[in-house]
Design a protein around this ligand. Structure first.
Ligand code: SAH
Length: 245
């Protein structure tokens, strides 16, 4: 069993790289695919870069070239749910491309697949949920709360629900409200999840998306994002290690 692990940005990947034992790197199309072991499990870990095209391209390579059996995406996102606050963690039940538009009465539907909500794998997502819950009870989580208390981070809550993805950084209350209105049970917004989920769905490979909330996708998003992003790999690393234990 080999897990593909994807983060979009080097900041999200950060210290996770140091956890990969017996690592070998293959550079392909400007991306470093690092194969090795974390907690004794085989992994291929990679930074996809930002956005849906980069994420789908990277996922396809993980599946086709590295033959991964499952893909876990881990990164940060803007919170959308009413009770979703900075520092909370969202596990996707499914992902919707909020910038996919066919017609006013037919938005989000992916032609041919004929679905708008790309499902994440239930079994893998449940494992991610359990791992995240145990991370939240750990000393590491308490340390991170302390580290981020300046931006109001308190003990994290874990949410499950829909993740909205699009090729836009959302820092606008009106756009945020529109996404919340149009996508039922949406919890956060980011720029890669639906692309990874769709590539995996089409290939029949289980996929899960884990997102730590870095901002509230409103006018304060840039400031909060900037404060959070540099330390975001502390979360990715702790949660992925817990998952692979
Ligand atoms: N400032 C960065 C761009 C970051 S884009 C640069 O110039 O390089 C935002 C990244 O974080 C994406 O990978 C996305 O998935 C995630 N993200 C966090 N908050 C987001 C938000 N409010 N809207 C969209 N994506 C968000």
């Amino acid at each position: 069993m080999t897990y593909g692990i994807i983060c979009a940005m080097p900041e999200e990947f950060g210290i996770l790289e140091k956890e990969i034992k017996n690592a070998t790197t293959l550079s392909l199309y400007g991306r470093d695919f690092i194969s090795g072991e974390i907690e004794g499990k085989n992994v291929v870990a990679v930074v996809s870069r930002i956005g849906k095209v980069a994420a789908a391209f990277t996922t396809a390579i993980l599946i086709e070239k590295f033959k991964v059996d499952a893909v876990v995406f881990c990164g940060i996102a803007g919170g959308l749910g009413d009770n979703v606050k900075i520092g909370d963690i969202v596990i996707g039940e499914g992902c919707v491309q909020h910038d996919f538009y066919l017609a006013d009465n037919d938005i989000f539907r992916i032609p041919l697949l004929n679905i708008s909500n790309i499902p994440c794998d239930k079994v893998l997502s449940k494992k991610c949920l359990n791992a995240t819950k145990s991370f939240c009870k750990s000393e590491k989580s308490a340390e991170l709360c302390d580290f981020f208390k300046e931006i109001g981070v308190t003990a994290p809550a874990v949410h499950t629900g829909i993740i909205a993805s699009g090729d836009q950084f959302i820092s606008d209350s009106a756009r945020k409200a529109w996404i919340k209105k149009k996508i039922e049970n949406v919890k956060c917004v980011e720029m890669e999840g639906a692309a990874v989920a769709q590539a995996c769905f089409e290939a029949g490979v289980p996929c899960a998306v884990i997102r730590v909330i870095s901002d509230c996708a409103d006018e304060g998003a840039d400031v909060s994002f900037d404060k959070f992003v540099n330390a975001s790999s502390l979360y990715s690393c702790a949660i992925i290690k817990e998952l692979l234990k």
